[in-house]
Design a binder for this molecule. Structure first.
Ligand SMILES: *[C@@H]1O[C@H](CO)[C@@H](O)[C@H](O)[C@H]1NC(C)=O
Ligand SMILES: *[C@@H]1O[C@H](CO)[C@@H](O)[C@H](O)[C@H]1NC(C)=O
Ligand SMILES: *[C@@H]1O[C@H](CO)[C@@H](O)[C@H](O)[C@H]1NC(C)=O
Ligand SMILES: *[C@@H]1O[C@H](CO)[C@@H](O)[C@H](O)[C@H]1NC(C)=O
Length: 346
């Protein structure tokens, strides 16, 4: 006998949701009104039922849980939710899965805003003593995303975006953005597991935290055989890295940063930031301490443009458009005693 658990609050009816970013207001396609979308937590051996309701006028094809080389066991990892329909997809997590995956819309411009982390927690009994923090690296365009795409096709040039985002926010160094900057409060001596997803369409990103090392424990949904410690990590498009940082510095505020290549001048206007805040009684540095990454060649990422073109062509062929709204509900049919419900806001 299976039991169904609704893991998110009652589905909201969602039209395109309006967001204020970079001094402007704009509507984007979202799931449950969130950008990025909600994080889905699962455990090895479980089956999740993902219920989608597409309240819009356009079809959306969803894709879940890609990982390099292997995929979560399910009859199909890609499925269509026709405009106006409800679709439930069962996804079974095999017993040996663990790590961070992600879900997203297939269509490239829907995917720009419809995506989120899919985290497979360790099996019961395995140590799981770090706080989990999903970090979704994304992009923001002031213009309508479809317009951006059409311009790109016309010009054949580079994709022009206005900011990268960390959990939906460009961060302090962008205009009109410091109210929303993503913040993580930490306790001295504790370790935190960052589940980093590069959901950006077009760029490789470097990611790090000022004065803190990162210990990489998993990549692309699989544990690494020998975890290693580094000052920063590099994530190509769609790459996933699980890394641990220890709050072992003096109590202060530290920037977490995401940047694409770094040129000769370290242009602080183009650095996307979030803030690590130590708990305690002290006066934090203002601004917080910034991570200085080494210079990287601006041309290192040229190889990605061809792949990008292929993705664009897929978009052209599909001919899909915006103006859609979606509702998603997760439920869980545990293969073992139920744990507490775990779909959380970021
Ligand atoms: C949605 O998908 C269905 C089935 O593939 C197709 O018949 C229909 O034309 C599509 N609708 C739109 C608006 O693209
Ligand atoms: C998903 O699982 C439920 C419960 O076992 C079952 O009733 C339903 O038919 C399944 N749906 C699909 C699409 O396999
Ligand atoms: C930031 O928040 C303050 C207080 O809520 C508000 O007055 C101000 O307009 C906000 N600024 C921006 C840029 O959103
Ligand atoms: C980071 O790692 C390097 C190399 O292992 C080490 O020298 C340095 O002290 C570490 N820094 C911190 C803040 O832990």
């Amino acid at each position: 006998m299976v039991k169904l658990f609704i893991l998110v609050p009652a589905p909201k009816k969602i039209e395109e949701t309006s967001f204020d970013r970079l001094c402007q207001s704009k509507k984007i396609l979202t799931i449950n009104g969130r950008f990025p979308g909600p994080t889905i937590y699962a455990q090895a051996g479980e089956t999740l039922a993902l219920a989608f309701e597409n309240k819009g006028k356009d079809n959306v094809t969803m894709f879940c849980c890609s990982r390099v080389g292997r995929q979560v066991k399910s009859d199909k990892v890609e499925w269509l939710i026709e405009a106006g329909s409800k679709v439930t997809k069962n996804i079974t997590i095999s017993d040996d899965e663990e790590g961070t995956l992600w879900w997203h819309a297939m269509n490239i411009w829907q995917r720009a805003t419809v995506h989120g982390a899919f985290i497979v927690l360790p099996k019961p009994g395995k140590p799981d003593d770090h706080a989990n923090i999903p970090i979704i690296l994304g992009e923001w365009w002031k213009k309508d995303v479809k317009e951006v795409f059409l311009e790109y096709i016309d010009s054949g040039g580079d994709i022009k975006l206005d900011a990268f985002t960390i959990n939906g926010q460009p961060g302090d160094l962008y205009a009109c953005s410091n109210n929303g900057t993503f913040r993580i409060a930490v306790d001295t001596g504790k370790k935190y597991l960052l589940r980093v997803v590069n959901a950006a369409m077009s760029k490789t990103l470097y990611f790090g935290i000022a004065r803190h090392n990162l210990t990489v424990v998993a990549m692309d949904g699989s544990p690494v055989i020998e975890p290693f410690t580094t000052g920063y990590v590099k994530l190509s498009r769609q790459q996933l890295i699980d890394c641990i940082f220890e709050a072992n510095q003096h109590q202060d505020y530290y920037y977490m940063v995401a940047v694409t290549y770094i040129g000769e001048t370290y242009d602080t206007n183009k650095i996307t930031t979030a803030i690590i805040e130590y708990h305690g009684n002290y006066t934090p540095s203002s601004p917080p301490l910034l991570l200085l990454l080494p210079n990287f060649s601006p041309n290192y990422d040229i190889s990605s443009s061809r792949n990008y073109f292929n993705v664009i062509m897929t978009f052209v062929i599909l001919g899909l458009f915006f103006c859609t709204s979606l509702v998603i509900v997760w439920s869980r049919r545990p293969s073992r005693p139920h744990r507490s419900a775990m779909v959380t806001p970021l």
